[in-house]
Design a protein around this ligand. Structure first.
Ligand code: F6P
Length: 320
């Protein structure tokens, strides 16, 4: 393969830049030309495409966000938009495309691969919701950001004797809540994978209060089917304990990537280049244990993600 493209798509995640760097420098090292596509599938449709060189990715390994920018594209889901995207790839002579993004972005990659483009999917999302890989690029940074917020919130919750609900992102996946909750010593972790039991939360809070515990941290994933504000009023009404809400929001999507995320981004990005170089069919690249893996892109999202929520929540209950 002589010429490849690289894009970031969907919600940005820390480590996307490290991954772009690996694809660009890896491609050039292996005598391929590499084109950067701005704003994901939106920019592809609009022909926002430029050749990159080794200097285009200088000084970005430590930066959050994505130098290629990103977008969520409804137009790509239409027949006309998809046809324009294919046409652009042909116009620029791009034979292979590295797509760094989450599930929606990889689904777009599956469609392009069915239309004859070789696509390498790279798992860029803070949500950790892709079933074929243990971890996604950006997840570790998001967990560490949430952890820092839990620590700060714990200080003030403890001073005031309050219960605090900290809402974290993850869409339909509870992994950020699980990992940050366990690592941060939260008293309660609520995730969409497990049924919500408000009575049980109240009981726990009251048992804690009766043994002199004045504050409590509840980590709630955004996908849980009650709003944080509704949960706050319900808990306050039922327990009489003063309760506050902190919604972390986009803070979790930014910041300098952790070492783990930079390593994952660099290793998966370079594996994409090796696969292009070796004439592989389209793949989704990820990690299992310590090993970088590549699975058929069409199979990557077929099975539902296995959640370790029961195990982590049980451990958190024992330890908190
Ligand atoms: O997929 C990443 C993510 O941050 C989710 O955790 C969140 O639900 C969503 O994106 C927010 O999307 P947007 O950036 O479109 O508001």
């Amino acid at each position: 393969m002589k010429r490849i493209g690289v894009m970031t798509s969907g919600g940005d995640s820390p480590g996307m830049n490290a991954c772009i760097r690996a694809v660009v420098r890896g491609a050039i090292y292996n005598d391929m030309e590499v084109y950067g596509i701005r704003r994901g599938y939106e920019g592809l449709i609009d022909g926002e495409i430029e050749e990159m060189d080794v200097s285009s990715v200088a000084d970005i390994i430590h930066r959050g966000g994505t130098i290629l920018r990103t977008a969520r594209s409804d137009r790509f889901l239409t027949k006309e938009g998809f046809a324009r995207a294919l046409n652009m790839l042909e116009t620029f002579g791009i034979e292979g495309l590295a797509v760094i993004g989450g599930d929606g972005s990889l689904r777009g990659g599956v469609d392009l691969s069915q239309a004859g483009i070789t696509v390498m999917g790279l798992p860029g999302t803070i949500d950790n919701d892709l079933p074929y890989t243990d971890y996604t690029i950006g997840f570790d940074t998001a967990v560490n950001t949430a952890l820092m917020a839990i620590g700060n919130t714990r200080d003030t919750s403890s001073s005031h004797g309050r219960t605090t609900i900290i809402e974290v992102m993850g869409r339909h996946c509870g992994d950020i809540a699980l990992y940050a909750g366990l690592a941060g010593g939260a008293e309660t972790i609520l995730v969409p994978e497990e049924a919500l039991d408000v009575a049980d939360i109240c009981k726990k809070l009251l048992i804690g209060k009766n043994r002199g515990k004045l504050h409590s941290i509840i980590i709630k994933a955004e996908g849980v089917n009650i709003s944080s504000e509704e949960l706050r009023t319900t808990l306050e009404d039922r327990t009489g304990l003063e309760t506050r809400v902190v919604i972390l929001g986009y803070i979790q999507r930014g910041g300098s990537p952790t070492a783990r995320d930079r390593l994952l981004a660099s290793r998966t990005g370079y594996r994409a280049v090796e696969l292009f170089r070796d004439g592989s069919a389209s793949k989704a690249i990820g990690v299992r244990g310590e090993e970088i893996i590549a699975v058929e892109i069409g199979d990557a999202l077929k099975t539902p993600k296995r959640s370790n929520a029961p195990e982590i929540i049980q451990l958190s209950d024992i330890l908190s």
